[in-house]
Design a binder for this molecule. Structure first.
Ligand SMILES: Cc1ncc(COP(=O)(O)O)c(C=O)c1O
Length: 394
């Protein structure tokens, strides 16, 4: 049978990226002792008040169809939230609600990037960005993120890639997988590039509330000079430990939201009203669980740095935010993929190879910071023992 060009383009994406994770899951199912440090999920349950607001909404019969860009109460709650966090007025018609950042990402990109268009983004990148851009028929233009810069994207590297075909500069701060957080200066410089070259500035901010002490989150949405071209994406998934709620949104110019509406109606026609009610309650104040997660993840990152730098030749990039830390494994003489396979088979720890996130992390692996402390510490001990067995002990 005939399939679309988009289905063909996406056919091989994803499968290899998650091979280690799937293998680790199978090993655990087979009764093999593996510490799972490949995939990160919030380490607390969804707060009770969100669950209760959902149940209450269900009892109130909020199971009808919803408004296609989001229920009015949720758009109002989100506009109030962004007015509070950006310090400038954000109106309800600048909000569009979608099931998770992922769906928002797809719908946004489908609205602003198509065949012949180029989207500039950092490499490494979150694993779904490439497929989303490919699904739209646009071309991803990767800009290498360098360890020497703490993996913060360099505005000069972005500028070097801008062509007449560029429609979008795509940012992810705080960044997965590197944990980098863009500074106010970075955001200002990149915003100026977007304005001077008249392109969109899209920012995935899903780790906004998981910033570690010592770093400050800055959103381009807060800068009125870029208001006509900035679109930010976020959700309850990380900040409120609620990935299964699939409650996400984007914030951008009102005209952009209206132009996106038919696309959203074409595949969704409104999210669930009971999830909208719970989200409206959730976003009224900073998340009660995010600060604790950020503290625990930062403390685990510190323990990883101390153990690996003290006892091995492995090098850790200390993250400034998020759920992950990158480890440079070149001292083992293995590339990241071989190392991750060897560590799983002979060390009993599952980590993601850096190659799952683009072309620049070939000698790195990504370690999750979300396991509870005993499991995390066992995983770190095993990584140390494995390094010693592979000529990378201190
Ligand atoms: C950078 C990044 N963006 C988006 C997502 C997906 O978020 P959501 O659950 O809101 O769709 C993730 C999930 O891991 C992520 O790491």
């Amino acid at each position: 049978m005939k399939y679309t060009a988009a289905a063909d383009r996406l056919r091989s994406t994803g499968a290899d990226s998650w091979a280690i994770y799937r293998r680790a899951k199978q090993m655990v199912a087979d009764g093999i002792d593996v510490v799972e440090m490949a995939i990160g999920e919030p380490d607390v349950p969804t707060p009770d008040f969100i669950v209760e607001a959902t149940v209450d909404a269900l009892h109130r019969g909020r199971t009808d169809y919803a408004a296609s860009l989001g229920e009015p109460n949720l758009r109002a709650a989100l506009s109030a939230r962004y007015t509070r966090t950006t310090g400038r007025p954000i109106t309800d018609d600048q909000i569009a609600c979608l099931p998770g950042t992922q769906t928002a990402l797809y719908t946004v990109m489908r609205t602003i990037a198509g065949p012949g268009d180029e989207v500039i983004l950092g490499d490494p990148m979150y694993a779904t960005y490439g497929p989303v851009i490919a699904a739209c028929g646009a071309t991803p233009i990767p800009v290498p993120l360098r360890a020497e810069r703490g993996f913060r994207i360099d505005p000069a590297d972005i500028e070097a890639q801008i062509t007449p075909a560029t429609t979008t500069i795509f940012l992810n701060s705080p960044h997965n997988p590197t944990g980098a957080v863009l500074t106010a200066h970075d955001v200002r410089q990149i915003g100026e590039l977007a304005r001077n070259h008249d392109v969109w500035l899209v920012a995935d901010e899903v780790y906004e509330e998981l910033v570690f002490a010592g770093s400050t989150f800055v959103s381009p949405l807060a800068d009125p000079d870029f208001a006509d071209r900035t679109i930010v994406l976020n959700s309850l998934s990380k900040s409120h430990a609620a990935p299964g709620f699939r409650s996400g949104w984007c914030v951008g110019p009102a005209e952009f939201c209206e132009r996106m509406r038919p696309l959203s109606e074409a595949f969704l026609f409104g999210s669930q009203p009971f999830i909208a009610d719970a989200t409206a309650v959730a976003v009224q104040a900073p998340s009660p669980v995010a600060a604790g997660m950020a503290q625990r993840f930062a403390a685990r990152a510190d323990r990883l740095v101390d153990a690996l730098h003290g006892q091995t030749q492995l090098l850790v990039n200390r993250p400034a935010a998020g759920m992950f830390a990158l480890v440079d494994v070149s001292s083992t003489s293995m590339n990241g993929l071989d190392y991750a396979n060897d560590l799983l088979d002979n060390g009993g720890v599952a980590v993601m190879p850096g190659s799952s996130f683009g072309s620049t992390l070939g000698s790195w692996v990504r370690v999750c910071l979300t396991q509870d402390d005993p499991a995390f510490d066992t995983g770190v001990e095993r990584i140390v023992a494995h390094a010693h067995a592979n000529g990378a002990g201190a």
